[in-house]
Design a protein around this ligand. Structure first.
Ligand SMILES: CC(C)[C@H](C(=O)O)[C@@H](O)C(=O)O
Ligand code: SF4
Length: 474
């Protein structure tokens, strides 16, 4: 008998039932809920007179629609659609008795940042949310993925989910990252290599020295974008760093329960003789700071590169590239570092954690936004914001000319007042560069927090390593 992967182990531990055609029923340990994909699910329960099966395992927080400016507890200031969703979540959370972090609670923030922060996300768990970036929680060695609204209703009612098992894919990042290269560059480089469909049908386990070396924040950044590579989920085996991060969090186990949990968590790794259906290996030393040039997260190039010529592509990608360049307002052959930006967004569930803000602030300290560039820093949660303020990072950002906002999804997705104007070009630390994503006609270049900070200072896409050299010499 061959060994098991981490995914196999978590799957087996949660399997309630398996039908002959391979359809399975999985037990769900944590159900995270936000305002966009839950109103109809709760309405479904209400209409059939059902309750939430496990309210103590269900956690709700508004994040997508909420403004990131003061006074936002007054929903009258929101658009009609946003107001309806946020008010529905408020009513549903209270009525069904689930855990809830409204905007008046300092713990409010982006659902994928709040879950780990509060110790809801633990190794070996199954975690779901009506949101594609649920993969973030895989950083803890949890099987975490997005579900649709009808599944949200199913999980609310039964605490189980109907699933088919995915295949196992291993993405190994060997060696050590070079200076200026971060978790965001790893995850973008992987998608650049495998494409947005490379992970389709798989659960990815990220491993290797460079992944081990990452902090928990960095691991969350990597897993967050597994979905952009097409995978069902992404995960990383838990280790001492994971346990240290989890220990003492409000909802982490304590005392004897902690010891019991720890002994099971220590069995959560892929066996040496486990079977992999697909393996991708990248040398960390080969990864440069990257940026996206197009309108798909796979449109990735090292910052030292040039805007590609659509004729370099094949098949349908030729037309896609042409359309991307047209939307992005770029010409083939142009140096990426010659692309001027109008805005810089630092935040999102990809890069809105404390480590991201520290990294960006380190580049920005004593510098200012280039003339004409607007900048916004949006902490991923109220607690990230408070921590940043304690460290004086807010002062660094404000002195540089950035707006220092309240927690939420913000510009990552134009569902709230934070948006790009048509034609505006933004260096963003978020995860999707789709057409209109940050506002109609807005243009997004994805990159790491240090790269976004570098672009803020110079006013154009910039190799952060050059700024780092200057800083070291000064
Ligand atoms: C609104 C929500 C359903 C969506 C998702 O599933 O990811 C959003 O979070 C996003 O990032 O596009
Ligand atoms: S921050 Fe962006 S990617 Fe993350 S949940 Fe919100 S909208 Fe989705």
């Amino acid at each position: 008998m061959t060994g098991k992967t981490l995914y196999d182990k978590i799957w087996d531990a949660h399997l309630v039932d398996q039908a002959e055609d391979g359809t399975c029923l999985l037990y769900i340990d944590r159900h995270l809920v936000h305002e966009v994909t839950s109103p109809q699910a709760f309405e479904g329960l209400r209409m059939t007179g059902r309750k939430v099966h496990a309210p103590d395992k269900t956690i709700a927080v508004p994040d997508h629609n909420v403004p990131t400016t003061e006074g936002r507890e007054n929903t009258a200031n929101m658009t009609e659609e946003s107001r309806i969703q946020v008010e529905a979540l408020d009513r549903n959370a209270r009525e069904f008795g689930i855990h809830y972090y409204p905007v008046t609670d300092i713990r409010q923030g982006i659902v994928h940042i709040v879950g780990p922060e509060q110790g809801w996300t633990l190794p070996g768990m199954t975690v779901v949310c009506g949101d594609s970036h649920t993969a973030t929680h895989g950083a803890f060695g949890a099987l975490a993925h997005g579900i649709g609204t009808s599944e949200v209703e199913h999980v609310l009612a039964t605490q189980t989910l109907i699933q088919k098992k995915s295949k196992n894919m291993k993405v190994e990042i060997t060696g050590k990252l070079l200076p200026g290269v971060t978790a965001k560059d790893i995850t973008l480089a992987v998608i650049g290599l495998t494409g947005t469909a490379g992970g389709t049908g798989y659960v990815i386990e990220y491993c290797g020295q460079a992944i081990r070396d990452l902090s928990m924040e960095g691991r969350m950044t990597v897993c967050n974008m597994a979905i952009e590579g097409g995978a069902r989920a992404g995960l990383i085996a838990p280790d001492e760093k994971t346990f240290a991060y989890v220990m003492g969090r409000p909802h982490a186990p304590k005392g004897a329960q902690w010891e019991a949990a720890l002994s099971w968590w220590k069995t959560l790794y892929s066996d040496d003789d486990a079977h992999w259906d697909k393996v991708v290996t990248i040398r960390a030393e080969d990864i440069a700071p990257v940026v996206t040039w197009g309108t798909s997260p796979e449109d990735v190039l090292p910052i030292t590169g040039q805007v590609p010529d659509p004729s370099e592509f094949q098949g349908g990608k030729i037309e896609a590239a042409r359309r991307s360049l047209d939307y992005m307002g770029l010409t083939p052959g142009m140096k990426l570092t010659d692309i001027k930006v109008d805005a810089v967004f630092i935040g999102s569930c990809t890069n809105g954690r404390i480590e991201d803000l520290r990294a960006a602030a380190d580049i920005l300290r004593g510098k200012t936004l280039a003339p004409g560039v607007r900048g916004m820093v949006v902490p991923g949660s109220g607690l990230v914001r408070a921590q940043a303020e304690e460290e004086g990072l807010d002062e660094v950002f404000k002195a540089a000319g950035f707006e220092w906002r309240l927690a939420g999804c913000s510009m990552c997705l134009g569902m709230n007042p934070d948006q790009l104007a048509p034609g505006e070009r933004c260096a963003a630390t978020s995860n999707r560069n789709f057409e209109g994503r940050m506002g109609r006609g807005g243009r997004t270049h994805l990159m790491s927090p240090v790269m976004a900070a570098a672009a803020a200072v110079t006013g154009h896409l910039t190799d952060v390593r050059e700024l780092m050299c200057e800083m070291a010499q000064a």
